[in-house]
Design a protein around this ligand. Structure first.
Ligand SMILES: [Zn+2]
Length: 448
């Protein structure tokens, strides 16, 4: 008998482990206005929570979720999939194939500054497209690298449309010698990915074709949502879309990025997965506030002060792309929620672009608010960043680097940068100013 109980216990442990917490087969809105039930949901370790507000929150999970909610929820809930009129809504938006055709057409029209790159295939074999935008676009230049990623949740569609419009605007303004855009494009390597989840977009579904939530599929800083590869930055057992993004990031040196979602209007800054202070809290708050400031509906969102929120304060997520990006790759990333409706009528898309475009461009320009160095040959080592406060330089962060190129975005101020590789050392001071693309965008050449 005891043996049997033990076996059952072990079996349930195993099942719990195998039950990845990134499955989003069904979704519900739980009317839990004071979040009293949230802890219980989180403790299950297999459900996904999104967009908590004063009205309640979304919960996603495997097919048994409805049964579990019926048995356990102290408040009412409703199915999210029932509210979707799939036929009508899918008709109004372009298909992934139509988006692909538009990107190909844009590249053909502006081959001098656009280069379309497939970074991999989805689980059903669709290409995952990224548009590179830069002068000398076929050359890998030593310039600050910037990235936008949209539509990793397939049913959050506005970001995908805004990215295509942004590529179009950057390219057409560059061709007309617009000074602001030309300066940005000439001094930056910009990568824009309209959709990380075209399979999900084709079906108006949060997850990919395997119903997996890609924003819970990345290696976690503290706790891996899928219970595989605990806090290891490995691609094993992850969805192909996640693997493609991980390998792409590994090949580049992104310093600043954002990923786009829908369901409310807010800029969410790191960390998402833990409460401890982010090393550059003032910087991420300033960047987030600046993005929201020029969008009245975001800035004045009654659920958030100034239209910004710390991820963990809002709701903890494990396996998200934002924290992974900074923790493993020194790529500062925020998560931007663009629209209250995840799938508004297609006729509203130009309005969303109009109110976001200035912030989209300003945020890209901010990648130049930093310092970089280029070594004569690839090396492994450590970079220590100290900030002048009071009357001395004080430690901000110490991190590993590998390769010959390093770039970091910082808040305006005076810094001391110390490099160490083997027995070799080098240090230099750097004054960081805002809004100074040319001067701050330069990489220092160093012989170590
Ligand atoms: Zn989302």
């Amino acid at each position: 008998m005891i043996k049997q109980i033990l076996l059952t216990f072990l079996m349930s442990c195993f099942l719990f482990q195998a039950q990845a917490a990134n499955l989003a087969e069904v979704g519900f809105f739980v009317n839990d206005t004071n979040r009293s039930f949230l802890k219980t949901i989180h403790a299950q370790g297999k459900f996904i929570v999104d967009h908590p507000s004063s009205k309640g929150y979304e919960v996603y999970g495997p097919k048994g979720l409805k049964k579990w909610l019926t048995a356990n929820s102290p408040v009412s809930f409703r199915s999210l999939s029932n509210s979707i009129d799939k036929r009508n809504s899918l008709l109004s938006y372009p298909s992934p194939e139509q988006i692909e055709s538009r990107l190909i057409a844009l590249q053909k029209k502006y081959p001098k500054i656009l280069k379309l790159i497939s970074i991999g295939k989805t689980e059903t074999g669709r290409d995952l497209w990224v548009m590179k935008i830069s002068d000398n676009v076929n050359v890998d230049e030593v310039e600050p690298e910037f990235k936008y990623v949209a539509n990793m949740h397939g049913d959050e569609i506005v970001g995908r449309e805004l990215m295509v419009s942004l590529i179009d605007e950057l390219a057409s303004k560059y061709s007309k010698n617009d000074q602001e855009i030309t300066t940005l494009v000439n001094n930056t390597e910009i990568f824009i990915m309209p959709s990380l989840n075209p399979d999900g977009a084709a079906k108006r579904r949060r997850g990919n074709s395997n119903w997996r939530d890609l924003n819970r599929d990345f290696p976690d800083v503290e706790r891996d949502a899928r219970a595989f590869d605990f806090t290891e930055n490995t691609t094993a057992n992850r969805e192909l879309e996640t693997v493609a993004m991980m390998e792409f990031q590994n090949r580049r040196h992104f310093a600043l990025s954002a990923n786009f979602h829908g369901g409310t209007e807010v800029v969410n800054y790191p960390w998402d997965t833990k409460s401890s202070d982010f090393p550059y809290m003032n910087l991420v708050i300033d960047l987030s506030r600046e993005y929201a400031a020029s969008i009245p509906s975001m800035r004045d969102n009654r659920e958030f002060i100034d239209g910004i929120v710390n991820g963990y304060d809002w709701y903890e997520i494990n396996g998200g792309m934002q924290d992974w990006s900074y923790h493993w790759h020194n790529d500062l990333q925020v998560t931007i929620e663009l629209s209250h409706s995840k799938w508004p009528s297609y006729s509203q898309v130009p309005g969303y672009y109009k109110k976001n475009r200035a912030s989209l461009i300003k945020y890209m320009q901010r990648v130049h608010q930093g310092f970089g160095f280029k070594l004569d040959s690839p090396k492994k080592g450590r970079v220590t960043i100290k900030n002048f406060r009071g009357n001395s330089f004080q430690l901000l962060e110490s991190l590993d680097f590998e390769g010959s190129e390093f770039y970091k975005v910082l808040a305006p101020g005076k810094y001391l940068i110390e490099l160490e590789s083997g027995s070799k050392k080098y240090s230099f001071e750097k004054e960081i100013r805002a809004d100074d693309i040319k001067e701050n965008g330069a990489f220092k050449s160093i012989q170590l």
